[in-house]
Design a protein around this ligand. Structure first.
Ligand SMILES: *[C@@H]1O[C@H](CO)[C@@H](O)[C@H](O)[C@H]1NC(C)=O
Length: 262
């Protein structure tokens, strides 16, 4: 009898929780030293752009500035890439920025064997990468008018002109564009970021962070958005290995650890 009560109680907690939150997990956040405008993490490597537009790399607990003045930085299987204030594209090779022909406003290195980015007029592109092709990337246009585009191991997620959310599934080197899809969103999104394990997080146009839940092999688009509560407006986020990095509008950094809810 007592066991039955426990089971019933657990079911209530789970079904209530499911509507607004993933009942099993939560993020515990701690302020982190430094100030940034943008952050990106992949497999324990963390890069960011500080308030003076200097690209930085996290070494231990300290930010270590790199050369140049950049607008957006990304780290992933494709290496470390950045775009500067004039939208020039750079790849970090042995701590030196090497300029790559072309322009991008935002770049993402989260894809395996390819690079993606957004150019002017809301056009997103992807390009396969090999050592020989870096100076001569062949760009493929992604469908939809996208203002932000981010990739993980098998999917790329994009945000359209009006905050709608697009997904390209089955992406890989050789077919970096993949197959077109869309997911519903009640609030317009500004950014969607895919983590190194394929987890998906979004920021609404007013800076509210969301996680896409229900993502699996069978359902790569997931089943819904869950709002992350208790946070002020967030400007930039990145998820990697159970750590969610958040940057708010004054540049304050939070390092949030995914923990099992007690
Ligand atoms: C950013 O976070 C810091 C530390 O919690 C806080 O003092 C500041 O008001 C926040 N800024 C904004 C714009 O929310």
């Amino acid at each position: 009898m007592r066991q039955l009560w426990v089971i019933l109680l657990l079911m209530v907690v789970c079904s209530q929780g499911e509507k607004k939150d993933d009942p099993r997990f939560m993020f515990r956040c701690f302020l982190f030293p430094g100030k940034l405008k943008q952050v990106d993490a992949w497999q324990g490597k963390v890069y960011g752009i500080d308030l003076d537009n200097l690209p930085n790399r996290l070494v231990g607990k300290c930010w270590s500035p790199l050369d140049g003045q950049m607008k957006h930085i990304t780290v992933g299987p494709a290496g470390v890439w950045a775009t500067d204030l004039k939208n020039n594209i750079y790849n970090l090779e042995e701590d030196n920025w090497v300029q790559i022909p072309g322009t991008l406003q935002q770049v993402d290195a989260g894809g395996t064997g390819f690079l993606t980015g957004v150019k002017s007029c809301h056009r997103a592109f992807c390009a396969d990468i090999s050592v020989s092709s870096k100076q001569n990337l062949g760009w493929t246009l992604i469908p939809g008018k996208l203002q932000y585009y981010s990739c993980g191991p098998q999917t790329c997620w994009g945000v359209g002109e009006a905050g709608e959310v697009y997904v390209q599934t089955g992406v890989h080197a050789g077919d970096c564009a993949g197959k077109f899809g869309m997911v519903e969103t009640k609030v317009p999104m500004a950014k969607v970021e895919v983590g190194s394990n394929g987890a998906v997080f979004a920021l609404s146009s007013s800076g509210v962070p969301y996680q896409r839940v229900g993502i699996s092999e069978e359902r790569p688009l997931g089943t819904g958005w869950v709002r992350l509560h208790g946070l002020e407006a967030i400007r930039s986020l990145s998820y990697d290995r159970y750590i969610l990095w958040l940057v708010n509008y004054t540049g304050q950094i939070r390092r949030c650890i995914k923990v099992i809810r007690k």
